[in-house]
Ligand binder design. Structure first.
Ligand SMILES: [Zn+2]
Length: 337
């Protein structure tokens, strides 16, 4: 019988208890949305290409078919043989003994790796490059990166960013139910973890949970200004995609799920409260739902002061009442007094 392919260490770190079972089931993975995500797993768009291969587990000697995802070939690594220099994005563990990372790779996979650098190679399946973690570390399998992050998390259990990165490993490994649990945990530690709100929202949109998808994406807008883990341009791109998704949610829910944060939500997070005068601003938006850049002005508005990190040429949002130069002058005058 095959099982859920879940790392017992994940369950242990999530539940903060010693886990005795070597082969956990999905019911031992905590999270409000985890079960639903697992039940509707087929509705979720795979992030990585689906690439089924027959691998042999060297821990138990048994063969199985696994979705290895994309093959990334590190041509800088000159040591070892070909199979030591390739990475796979898929998240998979032995169906029989639940071991991870001890694989004998089939010739068909090595062939995919060989063609990565060729002009005729299938760029969807394999490419030349390196998948590095946020700290620059290189890991062969998604399960290796997972193990590495789980150990970092054990040393820093309240680091919501590490939990977000772990969620990303599961997401690109086509394991959205595990990603969901990691993102939920990340937000439980830090409700201002913007990237976790955002990606969790997109996953919930995939399973058409519009209410919760909308909530989490709106939260990512509200906390964007204080979020320092992304460059300003990346942050704007993320928020713009979030806004585009919110518009889709708004339409699909026939208007019942708000497009932008509600007054109540704004007050709860202390952003755009009436004291700073933001709510009197009306901006003219010319949104084309299919054109992501038309969401930039609104995204920049939610970025607040962080929008100023985008150079003027690329910036799209201006305070409608006064131009930035005029405002400066006014401030200077006040200071002189
Ligand atoms: Zn095995």
């Amino acid at each position: 019988m095959t099982h859920a392919q879940i790392n017992p260490l994940l369950v242990q770190v999530l539940s903060n208890e010693e886990v005795k079972e070597n082969i956990p089931t999905i019911s031992s993975v905590p999270g409000k949305y985890v079960r639903e995500m697992f039940n509707q797993i087929k509705a979720i768009n795979p992030i990585s290409v689906v690439n089924h291969q027959t691998l042999t587990c060297t821990s138990c000697g048994r063969k199985g078919k696994y979705d290895v995802g994309m093959i990334v070939v590190n041509v800088d690594k000159k040591d070892g043989n070909m199979s030591d220099n390739i990475q796979t994005t898929g998240y998979y563990r032995c169906k029989h003994c639940n071991a991870a990372g001890n694989w004998e790779l089939p010739q068909s996979m090595l062939f995919q790796a060989l063609t990565a650098a060729l002009p005729l190679g299938d760029k969807g399946i394999s490419l030349v490059g390196k998948n590095l973690l946020f700290d620059g570390s290189w890991h062969k399998h998604a399960t290796d990166a997972e193990e590495y992050l789980l150990h970092l998390i054990q040393e820093n259990p309240n680091d919501s960013y590490l939990w977000n990165r772990l969620g990303n490993i599961y997401r690109t490994g086509n394991r959205p139910e595990l990603a969901t649990s990691a993102y939920e945990h990340s937000i439980a530690i830090d409700p201002k973890q913007v990237e976790s709100h955002y990606t969790l929202g997109l996953l919930l949109l995939d399973i058409k949970d519009y209410l919760n998808a909308g909530y989490h994406i709106r939260q990512s807008l509200l906390y964007a200004e204080g979020y320092k883990k992304l460059e300003a341009m990346q942050l704007r791109e993320m928020l713009a995609i979030g806004l585009q998704s919110l518009l889709i949610i708004h339409y699909n829910s026939e208007g019942s799920v708000p497009f932008i944060p509600t007054e109540e939500e704004r007050q709860a997070t202390g952003r755009f409260s009436s004291s700073n005068g933001y709510d009197s601003i009306e901006i003219e938006l010319d949104i084309d739902p299919n054109e992501i850049s038309t969401f930039y002005p609104l995204a920049e508005m939610y970025m607040g002061i962080r929008a100023k990190e985008i150079n003027l040429r690329n910036r799209t949002y201006q305070m409608p009442s006064t131009t930035p130069s005029k405002k400066k002058k006014v401030r200077k005058k006040k200071r002189k007094r």
